[in-house]
Design a protein around this ligand. Structure first.
Ligand SMILES: [Zn+2]
Length: 432
């Protein structure tokens, strides 16, 4: 089954409800059975309210946000959980989730059971659960009763679909915002068309028609929107893009199954060896202290040609005491690369370069212990380890997958037709 139809099924069998219903942690859907209690449904036993995957009825709940300097014991001590039990809880939890990861600003809940020792006695609270929200999607559920321990859980995730359509008036970013679409959809679009459109030069009158999906957790959109299909008309030329997953990595293809992505060369120097990998916590060999290494070092003899890993424009051809002689290239609105410690530079700022073109020669200028090129890679302005980055497929769709791709295109087109442009997000079960 294709990725899209899997999702539609998953959402379709999920609990009914509208996108704006504020989720209660555990999700009533997990209780199964018929929920809703519509006008004509027969009276039934009320279903237990679930939250964080546990029965939430009859619990007395206190909640708040972790304050600066607060630890688990600060939060549990007032509820009468002894320091010894907190220590056991922390020890039992360490392998699953270390309580020392708790950070200020995150939400927590303490749920207790009201217990009466005799009919006329005052109720006392016995702590049952402590929940710490790790991020908008995930939480840690601590059991405070008999077995002290932790379980990790996630809120139910809804997938919603939307379609953005319009004509560029200012920029993709501003125009999306104006018609109620997330501005980071512009970033997603820039990635889809990274190799075909320079969005900094997109002009008034260019048009877009984009179908995308987003995840919604507790009524709030989470994460980046994912472009499913798009037609961007640039200089009167329509450029289609369809998302298709091969080997678990999503890529964008045109109607004929040609990839919209190009490939980068694996390394900027031939016949080299990697002498140091990307490591944000590296101990610097020259400075003798921890200083992140945000590049990959390729050792090669002095004078070995260094080549551009992709087409682009030289944005820097310069010298600093740390970098030595270096060159930086912008490939498109998404990717940039930089090459350090050259003995000699071979290109000027503003110059266009082709993939494989020599841009300089290996040396050890700047902070370097031997001849090598320190190769750095940026994606959307953030430095990344290019050896770990899963680049989208750059080959055309394989002949064996042509049928699956054609089916996916049909589905994506059908989805697009069912979405009213700029009308707000719709869950799969709300599509007609
Ligand atoms: Zn380096």
């Amino acid at each position: 089954m294709t990725s899209f139809s899997r999702e539609v099924m998953a959402v379709a069998i999920a609990a009914m409800g509208t996108f704006l219903v504020l989720g209660c942690g555990g999700g009533s859907g997990s209780a199964g059975g018929s929920s809703g209690g519509g006008l004509f449904s027969a009276p039934a036993e009320p279903e237990p309210t679930m939250r964080f995957g546990v029965v939430w009825d009859d619990l007395v709940v206190d909640s708040g946000k972790v304050k600066s300097g607060q630890s688990l014991s600060h939060l549990l001590d007032p509820a009468g959980v002894s320091p010894g039990r907190v220590a056991t809880l922390a020890a039992n939890s360490r392998k699953t989730w270390d309580v020392r990861y708790m950070k200020a600003g995150h939400r927590w809940w303490l749920a207790s059971k009201a217990v009466r020792d005799s009919a006329d006695a005052e109720a006392r609270l016995v702590p049952e659960w402590f929940i710490y929200e790790r991020n908008p999607k995930d939480y840690a559920l601590f059991s405070l009763s008999d077995t002290l321990g932790v379980r990790l859980g996630s809120y139910p995730v809804d997938t919603v679909y939307a379609r953005a359509q319009g004509t560029i008036e200012n920029s993709l970013y501003m125009d999306f915002d104006k018609v109620g679409h997330p501005t980071n959809l512009a970033v997603a679009m820039a990635s889809v068309y990274a190799w075909t459109i320079d969005f900094s030069r997109v002009q008034k009158g260019d048009t877009y028609d984009v179908t995308y999906r987003r995840e919604v957790v507790n009524g709030t959109p989470a994460g980046m929107p994912v472009v499913l299909s798009s037609v961007f008309t640039h200089w009167d030329r329509p450029l289609e893009a369809y998302r298709f997953e091969t080997d678990g990595v999503g890529g964008y293809f045109d109607l004929e199954g040609g990839s919209l992505q190009k490939v980068f060369l694996k390394a900027p120097v031939e016949f080299s060896r990697i002498s140091s990998r990307y490591n944000p916590k590296r101990f610097h060999p020259v400075l003798k202290k921890v200083k992140g290494h945000f590049g990959t070092d390729y050792a090669a003899p002095k004078g070995t040609p260094i080549v551009a890993v992709g087409d682009g424009v030289v944005t820097k051809s310069s010298y600093t005491s740390g970098n030595g002689k270096y060159v930086k290239i912008r490939h498109n609105s998404t990717y940039e690369t930089q090459y350090l410690h050259m003995s000699k530079r071979a290109v000027k700022e503003g110059q266009r370069v082709k993939q494989g073109q020599t841009i300089g020669y290996v040396g050890q200028t700047g902070l370097a212990t031997g001849p090598h090129v320190c190769f750095r890679f940026w994606k959307n302005g953030k430095q990344i380890d290019h050896l770990r980055e899963e680049f989208p497929p750059s080959d055309p769709i394989d002949a064996t997958l042509q049928k699956a791709f054609a089916d996916e295109v049909t589905q994506l087109e059908a989805l697009k037709e069912r979405l009213e442009p700029n009308a707000g997000p719709v869950r799969a079960d709300g599509l007609r």
